[in-house]
Ligand binder design. Structure first.
Ligand SMILES: Cc1ncc(COP(=O)(O)O)c(C=O)c1O
Length: 480
């Protein structure tokens, strides 16, 4: 699977329209011409064209062929830059929202646009299942608690190799295996700060960060964040001069939810700023493997000379979330994180670690990732085109450079919590902007997951969501 062939044709057509190569009213090549030119079967081209027609991208005219439609709305391409006041305590029970969304998705009865993980169907679960089966038969190796922290040596070696392949010189002795990136972030935070301390985060930030800070009795302070380049370094430096900050949690690559990549000069500057203030930086790198421009992005860790960067990652976004295996590269805090890992959960499932180590050694992960990146890029293009076409005029969206998440800012007055509720009532999940901040700044934003295949059922659900958003926007504009 290099992405399904019809999906590729759909994505290419949408890209050509976005680039202006195809304009409204242009006639498309006939099904036969397209089939010859692209060496695709007639059925594949027909399926792609009819999907594009259902999506309102093409119009089929009897006896004449297919034509490019005019766009439905003019949608800008980036969310606003938002300023960020002092955080207020949240009235939204974030954990409740997230858990309810996950349970709804697990039921298989709802459209998973609100899913926090990429579509599991993208991953080579058969290969992983096979390794788990093989490893499970080696009972004497996994039955006792043999893999005390830092973790299984075979897996640690594979993680080090993976980082080295991305240009980050990591030695096995630096790694602590954890129960997903969630545990890595929690342990790192505990290693560098204590209850009552203040932790700086991006605004908006991924809710796991806010939950970890809250759970540990710390205080979050949100730093203004540019939707293209990340943390506003000028504002952050002023904050550091003004008040004590004990740690900073950041996601410089394919940030969740905004999708940006912090430019390398900014990464360097942030690490230098942290060094000046002796500030630990906890870096979330869970989606670093899901880049679209052919090159892995650089990490903050790669600029770190003082051991102040604690890099956290996992296999949840690039292989499978089901095994719950992650890791930390805690720099100068390694000993504390290892000890905390032991106190927290003693170890991570030996069976899961051994199976992953086996899979990574023999399973063709690099090839698999190449395919996944291509599919995700195509699906991003499709969702962006669909949002432009069907969401209410005035909707703005991010331009993710990797990962699988799109951030939308809806027209003034549309409340994303209300949208979340109405959508869920219609069998559709979305993630409301409210859970990404302790402030109320993202009241009209939502996060969508674009990693799922565009089946006809998906299409119907998406259009229904756009309809709900449009009717809410219309109601607001009438009131205004
Ligand atoms: C940005 C980010 N960090 C961390 C996590 C947690 O990852 P894990 O499932 O490995 O605990 C997630 C999961 O959704 C995430 O999106």
């Amino acid at each position: 699977m290099t992405g399904k062939l019809y999906e590729q044709l759909v994505a290419d057509t949408i890209r050509s329209i976005a680039d202006g190569v195809l304009r409204p009213g242009d006639k498309m090549p006939s099904i036969r011409e397209a089939s010859c030119a692209r060496r695709l079967s007639i059925t594949t081209v027909r399926r792609a064209y009819s999907l594009l027609e259902n999506r309102g991208v093409l119009e089929g005219r009897p006896q004449s062929g297919y034509f490019v439609c005019a766009p439905h709305s003019s949608t800008a391409s980036e969310p606003l830059v938002m300023s960020c006041p002092e955080p207020v305590s949240s009235e939204v029970d974030v954990s409740r929202f997230v858990l309810d969304t996950l349970k709804a998705i697990q039921s298989g009865q709802v459209l998973p646009l609100g899913a926090p993980y990429p579509d599991p169907a993208l991953f080579p679960w058969r290969g992983i299942a096979q390794r788990i089966g093989e490893v499970a038969r080696r009972f004497s190796e996994w039955s006792a608690l043999n893999d005390l922290p830092p973790g299984h040596p075979g897996l640690i070696r594979q993680i080090a190799r993976r980082h080295q392949g991305q240009g980050l010189d990591v030695q096995p002795a630096e790694i602590v295996v954890t129960f997903g990136a969630t545990e890595a972030i929690n342990l790192c935070l505990q290693a560098v700060a204590k209850p009552g301390d203040t932790v700086a985060v991006e605004s908006p930030t991924f809710y796991v960060m806010l939950q970890a800070i809250e759970r540990l009795g710390m205080r979050a302070i949100e730093v203004p964040t540019c939707p293209h380049e990340g943390l506003d370094l000028g504002a952050f430096e002023q904050l550091l001069q003004r008040q004590r900050i004990d740690a900073c949690l950041v996601m410089p690559n394919f940030q969740n939810p905004l999708g940006y990549v912090m430019p390398d000069e900014h990464k360097r500057a942030l690490v230098e700023l942290a060094a000046r203030f002796d500030l630990p930086l906890i870096e979330d790198g869970v989606t670093n493997e899901l880049y679209f421009d052919g090159q892995p992005p650089r990490t903050l860790k790669s600029f770190d000379k003082k051991g102040l960067v604690l890099h956290c990652s996992s296999f949840s976004k690039s292989l499978t979330a089901g095994v719950r295996v992650g890791w930390a590269l805690p720099g100068r805090y390694r000993a504390q994180v290892e000890k905390l890992k032991f106190l927290n959960t003693r170890g991570t499932s030996t069976l899961a670690q051994m199976a992953l180590a086996d899979y990574l050694e023999h399973g063709g992960w690099a090839l698999h990732l190449r395919r996944v990146r291509q599919q995700l890029m195509q699906r991003r293009d499709i969702l962006c085109a669909m949002v432009s076409r069907f969401f209410p005029a005035g909707t703005r969206m991010s331009q993710p450079k990797g990962g699988y998440l799109l951030w939308l800012e809806l027209p003034e007055g549309v409340d994303s919590l209300e949208l979340y509720r109405r959508a869920l009532g219609a069998g559709i999940t979305v993630t409301p902007g409210r859970v990404f901040s302790n402030s109320d700044l993202y009241r009209r934003c939502i996060r969508l997951n674009y990693s799922y295949e565009w089946t006809p059922a998906f299409e119907v659900g998406f259009k229904r969501l756009a309809q709900i958003a449009s009717s809410m926007a219309n109601a607001v504009s009438k009131m205004g």
